[in-house]
Write a protein that binds this ligand. Sequence first.
Ligand SMILES: [Zn+2]
Length: 245
Amino acid sequence: MFRDRLECLCTIIIFVCSIFIWSVSLFMIVTGRPEQLLYRSFDSVKYRGAQIYWEEGYPLPDEKLEIFYIVVDSLTDDVHVKYSIAENRMRVYYLAKEETFGSLEGTEGATAFYRRATNAFGKGAADNIFLSKTLIESDNNSFAMALVHEYLHMIQHSVPGYIEEYALDVGWLQEGETFYHPVEDPDFFMVLTDYSLTSPFEDMSDTFMFSYLCVIELESLSEARNQHIDNFWSIPREEYCRNFH
Ligand SMILES: [Zn+2]
């Protein structure tokens, strides 16, 4: 009798443990929370289609949180629906501690970055934007532009064919899945930063983020890039652009 009970108890314990392990795995797959961050405590604020997390006790300063809300409004209301936050949930982690931000793969030299899943965070992670303390301490214009820049990386992965279309329109050459830049094409080199020439992804992110600031002149950008900016935002630039101080 006792043995039977013991066996029964063992079965129940094994069953409960299995359920727990499966639940944790499922949680990681469903939430897409980066593996290294799973057991840390986060606070978060949800605003429209966006959610921003920070490590407990290390919140985003109010001034930057206000800018975050403004950028989310812009990317929800002022861009075409398929590129908007309404269609593409935005999840942002502010990692104030250098050891946390620096522990993620690919952060060397970066103050903010976007990663989708498997290559950087292990199992089940989804779209995430990470912000460092250095970025939070930068000026408000830089902070707003970084959010737009990283959001565009997210869109490049979530809207099929978007980056390929942009790349070919602005003059990148394609061989298989690789893009490289032409040797002679004056229009192609009409960019605002050298960093834009590192890849079509950075080309689009850097080009579009500058369009968000009213003070930036876009005349030196190629016509194809200006056209793509116009196709992303749903209202004229004088209505969507912002100035931060
Ligand atoms: Zn980038």
